[in-house]
Design a protein around this ligand. Sequence first.
Ligand SMILES: *[C@@H]1O[C@H](CO)[C@@H](O)[C@H](O)[C@H]1NC(C)=O
Ligand SMILES: *[C@@H]1O[C@H](CO)[C@@H](O)[C@H](O)[C@H]1NC(C)=O
Ligand SMILES: *[C@@H]1O[C@H](CO)[C@@H](O)[C@H](O)[C@H]1NC(C)=O
Ligand SMILES: *[C@@H]1O[C@H](CO)[C@@H](O)[C@H](O)[C@H]1NC(C)=O
Ligand SMILES: *[C@@H]1O[C@H](CO)[C@@H](O)[C@H](O)[C@H]1NC(C)=O
Ligand SMILES: *[C@@H]1O[C@H](CO)[C@@H](O)[C@H](O)[C@H]1NC(C)=O
Ligand SMILES: *[C@@H]1O[C@H](CO)[C@@H](O)[C@H](O)[C@H]1NC(C)=O
Ligand SMILES: *[C@@H]1O[C@H](CO)[C@@H](O)[C@H](O)[C@H]1NC(C)=O
Ligand SMILES: *[C@@H]1O[C@H](CO)[C@@H](O)[C@H](O)[C@H]1NC(C)=O
Ligand SMILES: *[C@@H]1O[C@H](CO)[C@@H](O)[C@H](O)[C@H]1NC(C)=O
Length: 575
Amino acid sequence: MLLLQGKDSSFKMTGIVGLSTNMFGSPTASILLVLSGAASAAFGPTIQRCPADFQLVRRGQTISAPESQYIKERREKVLPDAFKAYSQNLKRTGTELPKYVQEILESPQLPTVGISTSGGGDRAAIFGAGVLNALDGRNSSSVKKGTGGLLQAATHLAGLSGGSWLLTSLVQANFPTIQHLVFGDGQKQDFDGWLTSFSVWTVSTDPAEQAIFAQEILQEIAVKAKHFPVSVGDAWGRALARHFTNGTTVNNFFSNTSHGAGILFSDFVNLPTLASREQPFPIMVLNIVSNHINGTIFPGMNGIPLNSPMFEINIFEMGCYDDVLAAHTPTKHLGTTNESLCVTGFDEAMFLSGTSSNLWNELNRTAESLAAATANFSLLVNETYPQSPALRLDTSNYPNPFHGIAPDTFSDSGETILSMCDGGEDGQVTPLQPMLVPDRKIDVIVAIDAVDDGGGFAHGASLIATQQRMQIFPGGLAAFPAVPTTLEGFANLTTQPTFFGCTPSHIKSASGPMLVYIANGAPPRDGSPPLTNTSTGQFIYTESELQGMLAQTFVVATQGADVNGALEDPEWAAC
Ligand SMILES: *[C@@H]1O[C@H](CO)[C@@H](O)[C@H](O)[C@H]1NC(C)=O
Ligand SMILES: *[C@@H]1O[C@H](CO)[C@@H](O)[C@H](O)[C@H]1NC(C)=O
Ligand SMILES: *[C@@H]1O[C@H](CO)[C@@H](O)[C@H](O)[C@H]1NC(C)=O
Ligand SMILES: *[C@@H]1O[C@H](CO)[C@@H](O)[C@H](O)[C@H]1NC(C)=O
Ligand SMILES: *[C@@H]1O[C@H](CO)[C@@H](O)[C@H](O)[C@H]1NC(C)=O
Ligand SMILES: *[C@@H]1O[C@H](CO)[C@@H](O)[C@H](O)[C@H]1NC(C)=O
Ligand SMILES: *[C@@H]1O[C@H](CO)[C@@H](O)[C@H](O)[C@H]1NC(C)=O
Ligand SMILES: *[C@@H]1O[C@H](CO)[C@@H](O)[C@H](O)[C@H]1NC(C)=O
Ligand SMILES: *[C@@H]1O[C@H](CO)[C@@H](O)[C@H](O)[C@H]1NC(C)=O
Ligand SMILES: *[C@@H]1O[C@H](CO)[C@@H](O)[C@H](O)[C@H]1NC(C)=O
């Protein structure tokens, strides 16, 4: 039994909340909750008159003016030195670089490198972090291997689902090194690492502590709930914020503080390392849950057909580059649906990243299965803030800024709400689409794949999905290099980094990027037990587990067979 009375800014809750075993196997706790209090949270979206020059929708498949400016400034101010440092690191490994490579690295036409880091829960966030560390010019071990410096030389960084947690936390913490990002700075300040000693939904076996956690999560969305639909996606975003944005430490985990509420994705542009263009341009990927699309569902997926439009959110815009919609809206004003009244504060960073990782719709087979998978938060949100029965509670919901746009081709043009979900639910769990936007002119994509295609390892399915989708949406998206069409074809290509798109025909067509594929594909070559193939549902990791995973990932990304360099592939860095 649960009795909650939602009332603008204050509410009382009394009753029994049963928090059963959720999909991630956390323990059952049945609790008696008798709490009351006023949610005085000052954060949440606000609605004001729009600025004079406000444009709700920008049409087209070209990138936005501020993005172009960002990339231009990064190319001018940051990349020349970054590439110089990177090529010096390469030379220091003693490998002879072919002349044309030297020329490319020293030419004024520096290559445009995008890094895409996949979904797969914390496993993917950790594997992605390990690869970024191996590419980071600030880590002396990475520099020694010759891979360090490529992160600094990349122009774009895309994350999806677990990869979007890595992306968002890295960006918002102002681009610390991976050790600082994952473990905190030890001074228990703003950002205290990923706090993997706590799970995400079920954070305590103590029912009273879990109840306080639940109440705080619900209070934190009170202001938003006054004017906007709320769903499990909002609770999920608040739960994730405790791990991936500033404001939560081991010591204040259960304290009633803001836990990073009010940290907005569009505000990141003001962080020192974004203002100075030192960070690659950050992008997240989402899918839409539509009642109006029927199409081929990629094998192993259970929801979103491959012919659905793909969405992305970057620090400037949310939108879709596919020809069926080709429209974008300002991230800063998400929530807005007309040009007279503008919303700000809707773009909570972890609400957006929580959208990229919202797969609760896949677990909505029955009301009970959904409640179980979300530790009852889907029910709690709806009972605290009663919603229209027509509203989906399993997705992350956005007032539709594209209402009436492309009515003949955009499936959800007529909807008032866009129901959004995990960007990998169509099978493309490695976020390659943003790198295939022709106007981004990406030359090389570094694809980091930590999807679980079986046994916790990646076997190439997400690249196959992207290849299939490119055949459905050829218009306007860059050519994708040929990859095997079956998992069997990928057999040996996931066990070591693999290059796609080096064939003369692909290079001659010159329309698409080359792909450097780094997969979490197999146990270590030196025979030690694999640590990086943990289950997607595992959210609790000890510090030594994390260090072990990062160390094995470092070996994968630097192609040393063990930390001492035995069985090392000496040519990898130069490749
Ligand atoms: C959290 O603090 C606010 C005041 O800042 C208060 O209204 C609310 O009841 C508190 N919530 C809990 C769970 O203690
Ligand atoms: C988060 O904290 C770090 C310091 O740990 C700081 O540099 C950064 O600006 C903060 N980010 C935000 C969005 O407040
Ligand atoms: C999709 O398929 C279902 C069942 O076959 C059908 O009822 C529905 O009308 C179709 N929708 C569209 C948009 O084609
Ligand atoms: C514009 O949007 C605001 C906020 O969502 C809404 O209250 C208002 O009715 C809308 N105005 C028009 C003319 O549609
Ligand atoms: C959800 O909570 C209710 C109590 O409000 C409890 O009876 C029910 O078992 C819970 N359901 C699940 C699936 O956890
Ligand atoms: C959500 O709340 C509304 C209003 O109380 C109710 O009509 C609806 O059935 C609820 N949805 C679910 C799935 O419980
Ligand atoms: C579960 O999915 C169905 C569509 O299959 C949807 O109509 C319903 O709203 C979803 N339930 C919740 C609670 O979101
Ligand atoms: C990880 O791989 C090992 C060896 O291949 C296997 O025994 C283990 O079950 C895998 N772990 C998971 C969680 O799949
Ligand atoms: C994979 O590698 C093994 C051992 O090197 C080899 O026997 C096998 O033929 C390879 N498979 C494919 C599909 O290339
Ligand atoms: C550099 O990377 C290695 C391998 O993951 C790690 O052990 C080390 O702590 C890192 N060093 C710094 C300074 O971050």
